[in-house]
Design a protein around this ligand. Structure first.
Ligand code: ADP
Length: 272
């Protein structure tokens, strides 16, 4: 067993690995209670991302793979992780992770790189119902990634720029390809980037809002996934749905967190 800061490790650890379409995330938890290490790399399924996030959490924690009582994979690329003892759908993992972070949560809006999901969970954190868009890039992180590239703006800067908008532009196309052309023609007309970005956030919110209305919102509403890092989208969604929507620092790690919690549960079951 590994040593941390010179003391023999007596605690037990589980690992959750979320191999998304766009990013890889990994969390090590102690006894299913405390996060010991986490890592994120902006490349997902089919890349070196999963190996690199796993190497990073092991290095940060001073632990070895053999110290993990159970390793669970989730996300789009979950079937490809050979070291995983088991796998679980990202829907269940998101429900579990969100409930762990905030037990009063009843609705989760997850916007990832390639899909958007709205999940309803009960008072025990069990998934009751969900709706998902994985057919169309509009209303996903991909839409924002494409637009940021066209605008030559970093993803990190979208939030700040949209907050400075004075004269929001309406993006009328729901299709990513047509919306991209709209953005290009706005740029050609010298429209401020901040106003185009505000319109882009509105377009994502309108798309995801329609998805959320299909399932109905019950408070508390939590936003997860990488797009939650952009507060401009969260605010646009609040306006669209007329509901308070909160997020947490672990928003993009939420699936990996759920997987680490399920992994811990599995290893406990084996002990019984
Ligand atoms: P997946 O699980 O499908 O890989 P994630 O939940 O990790 O997706 O989210 C990835 C998306 O998050 C990216 O497509 C991107 O749009 C968005 N994103 C990632 N980092 C940031 C950031 N710093 N600011 C704004 N958006 C971000």
């Amino acid at each position: 067993m590994s040593e941390i800061a010179g003391t023999a490790v007596s605690r037990k650890y589980s690992m959750g690995v979320d191999i998304g379409s766009t990013a890889s995330k990994c969390i090590i938890m102690a006894e299913g209670k405390e996060i010991v290490a986490k890592s994120l790399i902006d490349v997902g399924a089919g890349t070196s991302g999963p190996d690199r996030v796993i190497a990073a959490v092991l290095k940060d924690s001073g632990l070895k793979l053999e110290d993990m009582t159970h390793i669970m994979s989730t996300g789009y690329g979950r079937h490809s992780l050979e070291i995983a003892h088991s796998e679980m759908s990202e829907l269940s993992c998101h429900a579990r992770g969100a409930y762990f972070q905030h037990p009063a949560v009843r609705t989760i809006i997850d916007i990832g790189g390639q899909d958007a999901k709205v999940m309803r969970i009960d008072e025990n954190g069990i998934l009751e119902n969900f709706v998902m868009n994985d057919k169309c890039a509009a209303g996903t992180g991909r839409f924002l990634d494409v637009m940021a590239r066209v605008l030559e703006v970093k993803l990190d800067d979208l939030e700040k720029l949209s907050a400075e908008s004075q004269n929001e532009v309406r993006i009328s196309s729901t299709c990513t390809v047509f919306a991209e052309s709209e953005v290009i023609s706005q740029l050609a007309r010298n429209t401020h980037k901040r106003d185009i970005i505000k319109g882009i956030h509105r377009a994502v919110a309108s798309r995801v809002g329609a998805l959320a209305r299909r399932i109905g919102l019950v408070d508390d509403v939590m936003m997860t996934g990488g797009v939650a890092l952009n507060d401009g989208v969260r605010l646009a969604l609040e306006e669209e749905l007329e509901h308070d929507i909160f997020t947490t620092e672990l928003a993009q790690y939420n699936g990996a967190l759920g997987a680490a919690l399920f992994a811990w549960q599995r290893s406990k079951k084996k002990e019984i």
